[in-house]
Design a protein around this ligand. Structure first.
Ligand SMILES: Cc1cc2nc3c(=O)[nH]c(=O)nc-3n(C[C@H](O)[C@H](O)[C@H](O)COP(=O)(O)OP(=O)(O)OC[C@H]3O[C@@H](n4cnc5c(N)ncnc54)[C@H](O)[C@@H]3O)c2cc1C
Ligand code: FES
Ligand code: FES
Length: 1346
């Protein structure tokens, strides 16, 4: 529709202020509107609200959560609900009030208790997820000032955090809950808050064991009367609704919002192709990522008829406009009103509604949108279909009803609705006596994950019998639409509900619901197995119901009953234990105390500025990247002409525009002539807006000619001898000879998948060229500003000294922002130099995941020789990592992998070899743990294999082979394992491991379909780099004449609390309160030639530099202090200035001695080790592959922690990240090397519901003092590997299943232990009956690359 007509005014409120938009763009979302709107709304108020963050743009992470308040025309009440601003069309907000994190509270005025508590409970690390968390909790409290813990879990279910491990976030919310805030210590009657009972102080002033990390007593109370009221003007508008149609015209799209149903129907007749926008949770992602375009959008938001709910004698009619969250309430209410037998369909729907997406999406998504989208994975349509629901359709011509059946769901023309029709409501009949309805779903994780397969099943029996009168089964996830197994069901009519029927039903279903081997989404055998496993569950459920109705039906054996129970969402509990500081330590000295993250409060109010929150600079332009769609090809031509014709497009940057060096010869910034992976950057568009730049990238035509070979997998790389660097090898003893003398030998393979960093803040940079002397300012989200500076310098051919790199804070890095940001900084800098404009480059989530690579997938082969008592005599491991297309950090990762492979074990005869494979995948890079989490999994898998062969529990083999006395590692570095043993023993003790092992075995004997597994894993983690020069660090400390102090150092604040720790160091050294000291940013202009903040060593080495600078300054002040001991700090500084004493000093730390001689295989590569142990217990569902984390206990050696709150946060966060690596995070590549998993929908990082039900962390009291700053230890990475305790607990449970079923032990280890892997490993009659395809007969949807 042409946009010649005048738009209506869009009126809504933001944070209590009225917004009138006269030229709103219907394609815009609330998120862009809040973040980018520069309109001066009133004299002093700009709308640029950057507290609401962009992290995925698809509703999947919750970083953009805000609260919307609307007057509900049906209930006549104000509804407050959380939404994801990234999917909220701006036009849908007519008459609504929006509250963002800025409207909740501010450090400048008044903090809201939610903000105060999340910060003070240490619920923020990088802080990028924090505003979203605050808004989810705030909305909950607006509706329920004293919520239950279950409501809190539900509210946070749609918010992802990649740093914290969720425990402290939940804990902060729990302080508002009505339940006693006591864990009850699992029935002991003792409260975790009473631990360290003698500790009278909340923050542990006595030198003893503490369990409190924050002082709850300090929190201000919640006062609901202080909240913003719903604007009276909007209330008046709602009470006298505008009946006229509102039109908003944009450049390409028109939004029409009629005021009456009649108008809506007329508009639908006029624009039959125009979709109805309700929640936009289906349309939005389609328009954003799949290029769907709709010139006209119809919004029925103001039509109250679509939100009507009618209770009839035979069922419930729910308006299509009701949100899924409203539907939950409606169903729950109806369930409470009706007898149980009438509500079985409602119960099944409610069960799925609880796990469908996160709270925000349920608040937005409508029933009508859900039904009409007909997604193949729909959780509700299978149940609605089997429940005989009807769709009430309406058009200008009248109304009609159609069944919600397989024809409708398949979109068949015969059953489809006419383009002019809309769905008015859905009628869901009551169930009846002798009718049973159930719902099943299996997803990668329990909550907030799209299902792999789901099902709705209903059976009706002839009254008083078990003869099937009617049967309906529908599946989702096994085809292009929801599939109804109509034929099979028909054939089973009249059959009795017994095992014979079940067998027949399985056979029929597998025949009817057939999935080809190449089916999209893959997991074909798993899905086939779920089809029959779900049926088996239904069979048992119904049998049990029949038994309840009529006692004459056969009893289900107790051992089989466990098949029926789903794992409930549990509320995490736990205790964090640490050593309090020495009682004689001065109160003002903050070292060792659980000080809140320096930016915690600003994170919580949205006032913490991240790279893309920096206000727009004059003449700024945006950049978007064009990447290769081929894995290995010659570039024949790049045609940019169509892109340049588009409005707003300024230029296209190619390799030819680079004035200096285009990266390295084999690792180019911008591709020239040839591409070597899908996702390689070829060129970049510069335009006036980000949307224009992004659109233009699609118009650039690149012609390729495919080249050979194309290598994706490690296997293929080995076959083609395709490696990135020479082999790394370490050897000790005589491996061959030892193999000859052992009792037994086992050989096995281990495959560990890669991992996406999934930092919440995607890669971004802002480059500002200065007018003079070719100077350039770069604001960038990086762990290594000096590397960005250097790369930009060589790319532009400008001396390093002219380029200043600034890092205020980074929204999560985990290694992914060590090397890669330099690429983005440099390309943006070329754009800035060529156009003369500042350039902003913000990667969207899809591009970030596609381009940047991640953790190296690994393939390991081992051969282990051992005695029958479990003593390992020889171990030979060969590892291959998939490095991708360029070297990046692959050589270093291989070295670290080999150095760390031995983990905690002393084995006399060892051979470790490692190679980095070159493949046509995006280059993999540094990732927390740097090879250790993958490599040590191979070692621990050997242990498990030995245990299985010896018939001993794995922990016995671990104990037997662990380092016991002062010894030397495989590379000849001497160390004392005393602390390792202490961690191990304490972990066994604290977790009551042995008694729980017995209990798990008892449980397993009693339960056939559920099994428990438990595992305890020791860890020796080496900290730092294997080179002294990489441990050097510098700091600059200025004291100003008012006594205030400015500290700068070389570390980047990534959320790990480095700035907080540096302030603690400076405060101790200068003997002044922390409030005197400030850190403003990390900048290459203040501290040059820095090393990446990585390898767990950042706080340690920079702390030494800060300490050094402070000590220099204090030495200079000493004569004055001696002379005026009674003087104040300010007096001394004033006197020093008078006496011309320099109040500025550079501190320097030359680094720990570290070296490694790879020729000889010996060295002293690491300054020190961190030891730890973790015990995890899980329960698995053998029929679905799901697992529940029952409990984890971690004991970690932090020695003298600089800040126990931060260190425990690092341990918990890295543990949960490790747990993700080993259980749910799965990268999927097409056979053409295209990464499928490019959003939180497809790649599942742990959510709050994945945290172990009981999660205890304790820091081991120090027993020795390493040469580090105040004897602390770097804990950034080590917890990652402890996540493998969950993996081995799952493997333990699977082993119990296989033992019981007499299936041979399989020594091929596959990580992650996804539901697919677990289900297929628990082989049974169902896995046996599924058809298997010959791999040679089809092309799989995805390929394994490890
Ligand atoms: C992050 C995320 C997670 C999700 N997780 C799950 C999950 O776990 N399980 C699951 O089943 N689903 C899931 N979904 C999908 C979600 O359930 C659907 O997107 C949602 O229900 C669609 O409703 P909507 O109101 O947003 O539809 P919209 O996007 O507004 O509209 C979708 C379509 O429906 C049509 N339509 C809407 N109303 C009517 C009407 N009254 N008459 C005729 N046509 C109409 C529109 O024309 C449009 O074509 C998820 C979605 C997201 C974004
Ligand atoms: S950015 Fe909106 S949900 Fe992720
Ligand atoms: S603190 Fe949650 S993502 Fe960083």
């Amino acid at each position: 529709m042409p946009s010649t007509s005048r738009s209506d005014e869009l009126v809504f409120f933001v944070n209590g202020r009225k917004v009138i938009e006269r030229n709103v763009d219907p394609e815009g979302t609330l998120l862009t509107f809040l973040r980018k709107n520069w309109t001066l709304l009133s004299k002093s108020w700009l709308l640029r609200l950057t507290g609401t963050k962009y992290a995925c743009g698809r509703g999947g992470c919750g970083a953009c959560t805000v609260m919307v308040s609307k007057h509900d025309s049906v209930s006549k009440k104000i509804r407050h609900f959380s939404v994801t601003a990234c999917l909220m069309p701006i036009c849908s907000l007519y008459g609504a009030a929006v509250t963002t994190v800025e409207g909740v509270g501010s450090i400048k005025t008044r903090l809201h208790p939610v903000q105060e508590r999340i910060a003070k409970s240490h619920g923020t690390q990088c802080g990028f997820c924090t505003p979203g968390m605050v808004m989810s909790m705030y909305t909950l409290l607006r509706n329920h000032p004293q919520p239950s813990e279950e409501q809190l879990m539900e509210a946070l279910g749609g918010n992802l955090c990649r740093c914290t491990g969720y425990r402290p976030i939940f804990e902060s919310g729990r302080t508002f809950c009505m339940e006693a805030n006591c864990c009850q210590q699992k029935g002991t009657g003792k409260c975790c808050l009473d631990w360290g009972e003698n500790d009278s102080s909340p923050l542990g002033k006595k030198n003893e064991i503490c369990t409190k990390l924050f002082a709850k007593e300090e929190f201000q109370p919640l006062d609901p009367t202080q909240e913003l009221i719903f604007p009276p003007e909007l209330l008046r508008m709602a009470e006298n609704p505008e009946k006229q149609t509102l039109n908003f015209y944009g450049e390409r799209v028109t939004w029409i919002s009629p005021g009456t149903l009649k108008d809506l129907l007329e508009l639908k007749a006029k624009h039959p192709k125009a979709p109805l926008v309700l929640g936009n949770t289906s349309l939005g992602p389609g328009m954003k990522s799949q290029g769907h375009f709709h010139p006209v959008l119809l919004s029925p938001a103001r039509i109250s008829e679509l939100s009507m709910v009618t209770k009839t004698s035979d069922g419930l009619t729910i308006g299509a406009g009701c949100s899924l969250a409203q539907m939950q309430v409606i169903l729950a209410e109806r369930i409470s009103e009706l007898p149980e037998e009438k509500t079985r369909t409602y119960r099944a729907l409610l069960k799925h509604l609880r796990s469908l997406a996160g709270q925000q999406i349920r608040n937005m998504a409508s029933l009508g949108g859900h039904v009409m989208s007909r997604h193949c994975y729909s959780d509700l349509n299978p149940i609605l279909a089997v429940g005989n629901s009807t769709l009430n359709l309406i058009s200008a011509e009248g109304t009609r009803q159609i069944p919600l059946n397989e024809h409708f769901l398949a979109g068949l023309a015969s059953a489809d609705i006419e383009p002019e029709e809309i769905l008015e409501s859905v009628h869901i009949p009551h169930s009846q006596k002798w009718e049973f309805v159930s719902a099943f779903r299996q997803a990668q994780c329990q909550q907030n994950a799209l299902p792999h397969v789901n099902a709705g099943m209903r059976v009706l029996f002839k009254g008083g019998t078990d003869s099937i009168e009617d049967l309906h089964i529908a599946y989702g996830g096994v085809g292009a639409a929801t599939i109804s197994a109509h034929r099979s069901c028909q054939q089973l009519l009249g059959r009795r509900w017994n095992e014979l029927m079940l067998d027949e039903a399985c056979r029929l279903l597998l025949d009817e619901v057939s999935l080809p081997g190449s089916a999209p989404g893959g997991q074909v055998e798993f899905k086939r197995t779920l089809v029959v496993s779900f049926l088996f569950k239904f069979y048992l459920e119904v049998l049990q119901e029949l038994k309840k109705l009529d006692g004459c039906y056969s009893e289900i054996s107790e051992r089989f009953l466990s098949a029926l129970e789903d794992f409930p969402v549990t509320i995490p509990q736990g205790v964090q234990t640490y050593q309090s500081v020495d009682p004689h330590q001065p109160l003002q000295d903050p070292v060792g105390r659980p000080i809140m993250h320096l930016s915690g409060l600003k994170h919580a109010t949205g006032e913490a500025i991240f790279c893309d929150d920096i206000p727009m600079v004059d003449k700024e332009l945006f950049m978007a990247l064009v990447t290769s769609s081929r894995a290995h090809a010659k570039i024949i031509s790049i045609d940019v002409s169509k892109a340049l014709e588009l409005p707003g497009v300024v230029d296209v940057i190619t390799a030819e525009d680079i004035p200096g060096t285009n990266g390295a010869e084999d690792d180019k910034l911008l591709a020239v002539d040839e591409v070597i992976c899908v996702g390689q950057i070829i060129c970049a568009v510069v335009a006036e807006t980000d949307v224009q730049a992004k659109r233009a990238t699609e118009k650039i035509k690149i012609t390729y000619e495919d080249l050979e070979p194309v290598i994706f997998t490690i296997k293929d790389a080995i076959k083609h001898n395709s490696f990135l660097c020479p082999e790394k090898k370490l050897e000790q003893g005589n491996v061959e000879e030892a193999f000859e003398k052992v009792d037994q030998i086992v050989e096995g393979e281990v495959h560990v998948g890669g991992q996406e960093h999934f930092y919440m803040e995607t890669q971004r940079a802002l480059v500002i060229p200065k007018t003079e002397d070719r100077e350039l300012d770069i604001y960038v989200s990086t762990q290594d500003p000096a590397h960005v500076q250097k790369t930009v310098s060589s790319t532009l051919n400008i001396p390093i000294s002219r380029i200043t790199c600034h890092v205020k804070r980074v929204g999560g890095g985990f290694g992914g922002k060590a090397g890669k940001p330099a690429v983005f900084g440099a390309i943006a800098a070329v754009g800035a130099i060529k156009t003369g404009h500042p350039i902003r480059l913000v990667l969207d989530r899809e591009d970030d995941m596609l381009i940047t690579g991640g953790r190296h997938p690994l393939f390991g082969k081992y051969k282990v020789g051992f005695m029958n008592n479990g003593r390992i005599k020889a171990l030979d491991i060969e590892c291959f990592i998939n490095g991708g297309c360029t070297l990046d950090e692959s050589e270093l990762v291989t070295e670290f992998l080999i150095l760390k492979l031995e983990n905690a074990y002393k084995i006399r005869n060892l051979r470790f070899q490692g190679r980095a494979c070159m493949t046509n995948l995006p280059s993999n890079t540094a990732f927390r743990g740097f090879g250790f989490p993958q490599g040590a999994l191979v070692t621990e898998s050997c242990i498990t294999a030995v245990a299985a062969k010896c018939g001993l529990p794995p922990e016995k083999i671990r104990e037997k082979n662990m380092y016991k006395t002062i010894d030397k590692t495989i590379y000849n570095q001497a160390f004392n394992p005393e602390t390792l043993i202490r961690c191990w023993n304490e972990c066994l003790d604290k977790s009551s491991f042995h008694s729980r092992r017995v209990q798990a075995e008892e449980f397993n004997k009693k339960n056939y379909w559920k099994k428990k597994g438990i595992a305890v894993i020791p860890m020796k983690f080496s900290v730092g780099f294997a080179a002294t020069s990489y441990h050097q660090a510098a700091a600059l400390v200025h004291i100003y004449t008012d006594g205030s102090v400015l500290v700068t150092h070389g570390g980047s604040e990534l959320g790990q609390g480095i700035h907080t720790k540096m302030l603690q160091v400076a405060s101790r050294e200068l003997k002044i309160p922390m409030s005197y000291i400030h850190i403003c940013e990390t900048s290459t202009a203040t501290v040059p030639n820095t090393i990446a903040t990585a390898a767990s060593i950042g706080a340690d080495v920079n702390g030494r530099a800060v300490q050094n600078a402070c000590q220099i300054l204090l030495k200079r002040l000493e004569p004055i202090i001696k002379k005026y001991p009674e003087g104040s700090w300010e007096d001394w500084i004033e006197a020093a200035f008078e006496q011309r004493i320099s109040l500025s000093a550079t501190g320097y730390f030359r680094g720990y001695k570290a070296f490694m001689d790879w020729e000889k295989g010996v060295g002293d590569p690491f300054p020190y080790y961190v030891y730890g142990a973790a015990c995890s217990e899980v329960e698995i569902d053998c029929l679905t592959g799901a697992h529940k984390k029952i409990r984890t206990d971690i004991v970690m050696d932090a020695c003298c922690s600089l800040n126990p709150a931060i260190d425990i946060g690092q341990i918990e966060g890295s543990f949960i990240q490790g747990m993700g690596l080993y259980t749910t995070e799965e990268l999927k590549y097409s056979p053409e090397g295209v990464l499928y998993s490019r959003s939180p929908d497809e790649y599942k990082i742990p959510a709050i519901t994945d945290v172990p039900e009981e999660f205890n962390v304790s820091l081991l009291p120090p027993s020795h003092t390493p040469l580090t700053i105040y004897s602390s230890k770097g804990l950034g990475e080590s917890g990652m590997f402890l996540g493998s305790s969950v993996f081995f607990a799952i493997a333990d449970a699977v082993a119990a299943v296989r033992r019981e079923r007499g299936i041979a032990e399989d020594f091929t280890v596959q990580s992650p232990a996804t539901p697919e892997w677990v289900r297929m490993a628990c082989a049974d009659q169902f896995t046996e009956m599924i058809p298997r395809d010959d791999p040679k007969t089809f092309k799989p949807w995805s390929i394994p690359i490890a």
